[in-house]
Design a protein around this ligand. Structure first.
Ligand SMILES: Cc1ncc(COP(=O)(O)O)c(C=O)c1O
Length: 410
């Protein structure tokens, strides 16, 4: 095989990327990550507050279950939609946690919740169909919709409604072309959590638009603070449940990001079958022995205590970080009620999210994620999925930077 360079221009294959792929934005966070890695390689102590995953290890019982599965030879293909055992465990989870009844045939297990979300959108969205996305949003939703030639309709929210969609905002943006509304509670990047009352208000609007499906991303369900309870919109009204697909997964609740286990629960067998057959022609089943670990996560009684411990640890860090950031000049943090992100208004610094992210990385070696790709350029996202020591040091560096900036501005 000749090397690429030894070929003449005319002999090289002509690469014409598909229109779909060309439409996808490169990640705005990649430049920051690359820069942070460059600084780290130079031996600089960069504090990373950009993680999108728990900093805990997967609980031992889950790891053991997967190792045992490999030893027992659970190393072959499974049904494309996931093992019956795992789908039953997921159906039980929905019954216990949300009071929702699904048969195993209504559950499809995929390679992470991201994969589940993509599959659901793939099955629902045709060219030009409108997908309503409350902003700020998790940055993959718009990219998925664009890949599918759908039309993103952003529903802007701000701190005045705790970054939650209101019936007024929703009602204004619904049209006959609206196909899917994406909901994400607790939210990435804001940590906002919808109450039952807030969801019921949205239900009333949705009832007037029966063609609209709800895609409810509940991946942060177990990471919730202040004694609040996660509510799924599907549990509030049967007519809405009949057009809601819930997506959840093991990544965040059980610190299993690398295992790639996500799932969707469908109200409609036709839709579940469509997704199952699409998946059978793309990835086939999620990894066999990861699914065995996934069953242990849902069924071993000791796991709930471990999840509770992780959640309390996140809440402790949230309290510390929020208190410190609130006292800093020029910054306005939003107090998250779930997940592990602090969304901070940095407009008081006179910089937008991209400029500020660059400045913090260059000047104080703190890596955070700009809000711009999440649909809000006034904010940055700081993850507290890191050690207390890292948070304390970050507080010192960011606090010092803000004092200096304030002095320079006045
Ligand atoms: C809101 C949200 N949904 C879905 C996912 C995907 O999770 P995974 O694919 O790891 O299961 C993430 C991951 O960061 C997320 O933040």
């Amino acid at each position: 095989m000749p090397s690429e360079n030894s070929l003449k221009e005319t002999e090289r294959g002509q690469l014409r990327l598909s229109r779909r792929v060309l439409g996808v934005s490169p990640s705005a966070t990649l430049a920051i990550t690359a820069k942070a890695n460059e600084l780290k390689a130079q031996g600089i102590n960069v504090l990373s507050l950009s993680a999108g995953e728990p900093d805990f290890d997967t609980p031992e019982i889950i790891r053991r279950a997967a190792i045992d599965a490999i030893q027992k030879g659970v190393t072959r293909y499974t049904p494309a939609a996931g093992t019956l055992e795992l789908r039953k465990a997921i159906a039980n989870k929905f019954k216990t946690d949300q009071g929702l009844t699904y048969s195993p045939e209504q559950i499809i297990v995929s390679c992470g919740a991201k994969h589940s979300l993509f599959n659901v959108l793939y099955a629902l969205v045709d060219d030009g169909d409108e997908v309503l996305i409350p902003a700020p949003y998790w940055l993959s939703y718009p990219e998925m919709v664009r890949l599918l030639n759908g039309a993103c309709v952003f529903l802007d929210t701000d701190a005045s409604t705790e970054f939650k969609l209101t019936p007024g905002i929703l009602g204004k943006k619904l049209t006959p072309k609206s196909k899917v509304l994406v909901l994400n509670s607790p939210s990435n990047p804001t940590g906002a959590v919808y109450s039952e009352r807030e969801l019921l208000a949205l239900v009333e609007v949705l009832k007037k638009h029966p063609q609209v499906w709800v895609l409810s991303d509940e991946i942060y369900e177990k990471l919730i603070f202040d004694g609040k309870k996660h509510i799924s919109i599907a549990s509030l009204d049967p007519s809405i449940a009949a057009r809601t697909v819930i997506v959840n997964g093991h990544s965040k609740a059980f610190a299993m990001t690398g295992w790639r286990l996500g799932y969707a629960a469908f109200p409609d067998l036709k839709l579940a079958k469509a997704v199952g057959s699409f998946q059978s022609h793309s990835t086939s089943n999620p990894t066999s022995f990861a699914q065995s670990g996934g069953v242990a996560a849902l069924e071993k009684p000791e796991i709930a205590a471990e999840v509770g411990k992780m959640c309390r640890e996140f809440e402790k860090r949230r309290n510390y970080f929020y208190e410190k950031l609130s006292k800093m000049p020029l910054l306005k943090p939003f107090c998250p009620q779930g997940a592990f992100y602090m969304f901070v208004d940095v407009s008081g610094t006179g910089m937008d999210s991209i400029a500020l992210t660059q400045a913090w990385l260059d000047e104080i070696h703190v890596a955070v994620v700009p809000g711009q790709p999440f649909g809000n350029n006034r904010y940055v996202r700081l993850s507290f999925a890191c050690s207390e020591k890292t948070l304390e040091e970050a507080v010192k560096r960011i606090g010092g930077w803000c004092e200096k900036r304030k002095a320079a501005k006045s």
